[in-house]
Design a protein around this ligand. Sequence first.
Ligand code: PRX
Length: 647
Amino acid sequence: MSDNFEALLQESRIFEPPAEFKEKAKVADLSLYEWAERDFLGFWADAAKDIEWFLPFEKVLDDSDAPFYRWYTGGKLNVSYNCVDRHTKSFRRNKAALIFEGEPGDSKILTYQELYREVNKFANVLKKLGVQKGDRVTIYMPMIPEAVIAMLACTRIGAPHSVVFGGFSSQALKDRIDDAKAKLLITADGGYRRGSIVELKKNADAALEGETTIEKVVVVKRTGQEVPMTEGRDYWYHELMADAALYCEPEQCDAEDMLFILYSSGTTGKPKGIQHTTGGYLVGVHTTFKYIFDYREEDIYWCTADIGWITGHSYIVYGPLSNGATVVLYEGAPDWPQKDRFWEIIEKYRVNILYTAPTAIRTFMRWGEKWPKGRDLSSLRLLGTVGEPINPEAWIWYHEHIGGGRCPIVDTWWQTETGMIMITPLPGVIPTKPGSATKPFPGVEADVVNDKGEPVPPGQGGYLVLKKPWPAMLRTLYGDPERYKNTYWSKFPGWYFTGDGAKKDEDGYFWILGRVDDVINVSGHRIGTMEVESALVEHPLVAEAAVIGKSHEVKGQAIAAFVTLKEGVEGTPELVQELKQFVAQKIGALARPDDIFFTAELPKTRSGKIMRRLLRDIAEGRALGDTTTLTDPAVINKIKEQYKDEG
Ligand code: PRX
């Protein structure tokens, strides 16, 4: 166990909700918890009343074909209608929906009325280009308003989107396009990141080389640099929008119609297409946003995630917009042009709620408190974190230096699969402990169990499971229902297995310990060890590779790779650089290994499985655990020797 976790387990400070916060909080007592406990289905039926349905649902939960659960069956609705149209019918039509801040300093505000118009027009554009209900659309965009418009336009016509993070490589984009069999791609000429241009169109062109299911490409002009346009395939967004019709009738989608696919890493080399549907997802993200962020009409809310991740889907786009919130959208890096860009944005717009990742907080800690100190952060009233365990030290720093000691912190545990936040404090009622995500959200049942599925005593580690279905849960893995069943529902039949380890303390608080499978969490981003291994062995000089996550002060985990080379090839420092670059090119910069070690052999069990735990122990300089199942224990010593030389 790393130092972080040791510190976390010794943490005993408790922070009560500040009196001033509690006084005005949406939820200030435990009645919501009690109600959900008493009447689980009634609670979720009531939550659905905040959504406008074209046709009311007949049943809240249909579990007749579990684990293929269905929510709000028979109901018909449209997500873009709920996120935009209905707000144009009240005072909100003149309210800012999106406050966009571009990295170079340009900014733009779209009111709900304006967002409504853009979404309608773009929905018509999509239709004109031949996109029909059920067709998949891939979105590969920078963090600009058009990305949100594109997502909402897809939902308007019932075309599931698959957003691919703009930092992914052309190969990763291609794999995701192929798997989803997407018909249309929406991208931009480029986006700004740390003062340079990310060449999205160039990557997109490379991804479309050879055979592809993509028929048309829509390109948003963001950076304005010269990009080649393929006649008959590529179209400029602004040209299409210039003569698009103003209104598009929203599709009446079934509650269980597919809303989107989002690819995430698992334990194999192939990312999983996590599939979410319409009704349950919207109810889930709407309700959690409202209560967890204690959302008020006048708030300005900023989530610093990218729309390429689930956090961006649920808590930049769908949760906030369905609540009619004002959302800040920032395109670029936190240190551009200076290390106080986040704080400058908060000062500029008087942001009230900030939702970010522990890795960002640790980075800010390293940069020093002078950066936030130089800006007026007095507008903040609530802080949130997501994506990885937060070490108490970072929690306290966030609380003091960003929150001025007055803002509650919601540490929110959830996953791409869960769609919505699952374990979190409600800030007006649940006292927080630094490093703990505290309690399950009302209507969510979580537990920590041992291998046999028995609850473990307080303080003991075990597997984190979810014992009841929830509305925003994934419905399946796109095109692979068997893998869905095996991955999530086979270890503990009847319960959802999260892949995370956790502990509960005497107060029933959850402390998440991290992944127990072959998934690494680098700066809050999930990367499969097998994905990186597959990329490495594609290199002509590599024979075999084993990849592990090693503790890292800022990123939480960093990628380390043990590589055996083909016969006669010498491992040089140049080759280390080449392999790191090779992986970045294959998957994206986020998968670039921090360390690569050449070794003559890899430690394997008799059944041929690579013993990653041993490699982790070596990489983190710990004493070795049990090696009795190793085919050739001598291999370990050889690796250790080599690691010492190179590390
Ligand atoms: O290990 C947990 C970690 O992130 C994983 C989910 O990753 P992803 O699907 O990419 O979604 C990230 C954003 C929701 C989880 O299995 N994780 C997420 N939030 C927390 C966390 N670990 C500890 N504390 C959290 N608050």
